[in-house]
Design a protein around this ligand. Structure first.
Ligand code: NDP
Length: 434
């Protein structure tokens, strides 16, 4: 803690991982040699920079830009870009740390990184968004590259913003390498990338349920958030026969007891992705109930998919879900459940998947985008989707392999942490002290 003052999210993420790893490391002490753990929790490089840009009124605005290059042990740094006023060093360091293990779990050769800015895109005009993205790239471009560091989107950064950043990157470098994933289809994007995180989360939940002889078909599901991950989690959950009751944003929750339909989802997507509007406006169109200022976790469901942001599901929310009979929780967002909430789920034998396992489908498909770009090919939708499903099943198997508790049940938290760690640690040991 004294090395990382004022970084609660980073300390939270490291503590959670270390707690899971401890029994494994005690049994395999070679993983604690050569300062391996000390090296693993120190990012390889952190870049912090000024982003100055001019708004529509001709005024100069200054934001702070970041890129955390956490680990390149198994491949180029890879991880998203977040634009949100809450962005700070602690949040991006926690995300880059988690990303390192997640990327190891995908079976693809990618290191871990994360970046972003405290820029708030809400209420900004398309011209302001473009100028901000371009200003952000005028510094970041010198630190990234297709074999060095490959960013993607995250909260506040979707296909539009990735396009602006990739365009500026090409202009500054005079090269068309794959330096961003999540690009538009017409300039190197992969089919299924927009869907991948949400679909992958639901594929993972289905694997967990299958393991205990059940399936999503007919179950009640709550989703939080209404952005990229949430939208495609809703779509895939519906496709597998579940009834999706909720979506939300930072202003409140929509509760729709009749369940989502494909028509309602199209309306939600138009509201969020075309009009950049609030969820309350969707609720009006869909004639669904909107409850301001609350999160979805007090609505009785069988399966909960938190897909908004970190620490959005606390101990009390977990207790409410458990009391109402939840059987499975799969994180679409990064660290949406607090440490206490996770303990509650695990203690009560709820099937609980941490984000680094269940939301890895997004970065896995980014890895597939990098492969397609390198080969100058683009695979059909079915092929990418089939590979995504295979990868999610492989991650599930890794969790089973490393997450067996003494009583025979599975801790997906321990499984994901140990499996990701073993791959990164073996690569670090193989490459010596660097
Ligand atoms: P979007 O920006 O598309 O959507 C974010 C959603 O979360 C919005 O509904 C937003 O509501 C809500 N939200 C954001 N911050 C808060 C907050 N402080 N309190 C309550 N709600 C909030 O982002 P994504 O869907 O891409 O990302 C969602 C989560 O998934 C993040 O944790 C991200 O790191 C994770 N993730 C994303 C991947 C991807 O491929 N996109 C891959 C793996 C993980 P509002 O509009 O009101 O802010």
């Amino acid at each position: 803690a004294e090395h990382n003052p004022g970084q609660p999210e980073y300390l939270q993420a490291v503590a959670e991982v270390m707690e899971s790893l401890w029994p494994f490391i005690t049994e395999h002490p070679r993983y604690a040699e050569h300062g391996l753990l000390d090296r693993l929790i120190e990012p390889e490089r952190i870049i912090i920079f000024r982003v100055a840009w001019v708004n529509d009124h001709g005024e100069v605005n200054v934001n702070r830009g970041y890129r955390i290059q956490h680990s390149s042990s198994i491949g180029p740094y890879k991880g998203g870009t977040r634009f949100h006023p809450s962005v700070n060093l602690s949040i991006l360091k926690f995300l880059a740390f988690e990303q390192t293990f997640k990327n190891a779990l995908t079976t693809l050769p990618m290191g871990g990184g994360k970046g972003g800015s405290n820029f708030d895109p809400k209420g900004r005009s398309p011209g302001e968004i473009m100028r901000f993205c371009q200003a952000y790239m005028t510094e970041l471009f010198r630190h990234i590259g297709s074999d060095t560091d490959v960013p993607a989107g995250d909260i506040g950064v979707g296909g539009r913003e990735v396009g602006f950043m990739a365009g500026m990157m090409k202009k500054l470098s005079n090269r068309a390498d794959c330096v961003f994933t999540g690009k538009g289809l017409s300039f190197g994007g992969s089919l299924i990338r927009p869907e991948a995180t949400g679909y992958g989360t639901v594929y993972f939940a289905e694997e967990m349920l299958k393991q205990s002889g059940r399936s999503l078909d007919g179950l009640r599901v709550s989703v939080s958030g209404s952005g990229n991950v949430a939208q495609y989690a809703v779509e895939k959950a519906m496709a597998l026969g579940a009834k999706v009751i909720t979506v939300s944003d930072s202003s409140g929750t929509v509760v729709d007891e009749e369940g989502f339909t494909p028509e309602k989802l199209s309306e939600l997507m138009a509201c969020k992705n075309l009009r950049y509007d609030r969820i309350s406006s969707y609720a009006e169109c869909a004639k669904a109930k909107f409850i301001p200022g609350v999160r979805p976790w007090h609505v009785p469901v069988d399966v909960a998919l938190p897909c908004a942001t970190q620490n959005e599901l606390n101990e009390e929310d977990a207790a409410a879900l458990i009391k109402n009979g939840v059987i499975c929780v799969a994180e679409g967002a990064n660290m949406p459940s607090t440490a206490e909430a996770v303990k509650h789920f695990e203690h009560n034998k709820v099937l609980f998947a941490p984000g680094k396992a269940s939301n890895a489908g997004g970065v896995a498909t980014s890895g597939l985008e990098m492969s397609q770009n390198a080969m100058r090919l683009s695979w059909p939708r079915e092929e990418v989707d089939a590979r995504l499903l295979e990868i999610m099943q492989a991650i599930h198997r890794s969790c089973l392999k490393y997450g067996q508790r003494k009583d025979g049940s599975i801790s997906y938290v321990d499984g994901a942490n140990v499996a990701g760690f073993v791959k990164v640690a073996d690569a670090m040991i193989g490459q010596g002290v660097v």
